[in-house]
Design a protein around this ligand. Structure first.
Ligand code: SAM
Length: 240
């Protein structure tokens, strides 16, 4: 396991990843990076939903120290929100130009199809794929390839409606996912036995979720100033 990076060194990594469009904040990038860096040598990280690689580059930078591999899964299909194959080319270019392509295996497919064919263990799971409840519940099933003490990171938790409902339906009552904490909308879980306390800690995040739902309504009504009063400081974006 590598020693943590100091903030200046991480600053260089984030300055580079920050050039890639996406939704990950600096503090969330730090969590991803440090979770990748703490893994043992030759570990396997599964990322569901890579887009242009904002999160992938951070995970890969953390993975480099321990010669680990990031499996970056994204179908790269055109939807109302995302462009198609051109995004895969951008992701690959973003990795290659940063010298990170040797740490990442890009898999252009749906997470479920990849999981159906997956056999070996993994060491870290990052879920940031399709945000509806069913897809997110399905993505959480990747955790059967993790071991006790391994981590699951979920982006847009307690912000996206679908992701939050998935967590309340599949993580809260589970017997193998312990809620640790949240950095903005990035929730951190550990594989292990949840306690009443950890379940209550997770339930306690719903206050922040309701605040985010109110902000989203205000943004749709173009009431940006009112959203600002609730502490929302990214006028063009939903809270993340
Ligand atoms: C919010 S974006 C990911 C952002 C990325 N993690 C970043 O930091 O920039 C969601 C991505 O999930 C992908 N996606 C949608 N359905 C998916 C699925 N079934 N499996 C894997 N990825 C999926 C989309 O193509 C899109 O690129």
């Amino acid at each position: 396991m590598e020693d943590p990076l100091d903030d200046d060194d991480f600053g260089h990594i984030f300055a580079s990843s920050d050039l890639v469009p996406g939704w990950l904040t600096r503090d969330q990038a730090r969590v991803l990076h440090d979770e990748a860096r703490r893994l043992g040598r030759g570990s396997t990280i599964v990322e569901i939903g890579s887009h242009q690689g904002r999160s992938t580059t951070v995970l890969a930078a953390g993975a480099r120290a321990a010669a680990s591999t990031v499996v970056a899964i994204d179908p790269f299909v055109t939807t109302t929100r995302y462009a198609g194959p051109s995004v895969q080319a951008l992701l690959e270019e973003n990795l290659a130009s940063r010298g990170l392509d040797d740490r990442v295996r890009v898999v252009a497919d749906y997470s479920r199809a990849v999981r159906d064919a997956w056999t070996g263990p993994i060491d870290l799971l990052f879920v940031d794929g399709k945000h509806d409840m069913g897809s997110c519940i399905d993505d959480l099933r990747w955790r059967r390839h993790l071991s006790p003490g391994d981590r699951v990171l979920v982006h847009d938790a307690f912000s996206s409606l679908g992701v939050t409902l998935a967590l309340l339906a599949a993580a809260l009552p589970s017997n193998d996912l312990v809620f640790l904490d949240r950095t903005g909308s990035l929730a951190r879980f550990e594989i292990g036995r949840p306690t009443t306390r950890s379940r209550l800690r997770m339930l306690g995040q719903t206050g922040w979720w309701i605040r985010n739902l109110v902000i989203k309504v205000l943004l749709r009504l173009r009431l940006h100033r009112a959203a600002g009063l609730l502490g929302h400081d990214q006028p063009g974006n939903d809270p993340f």
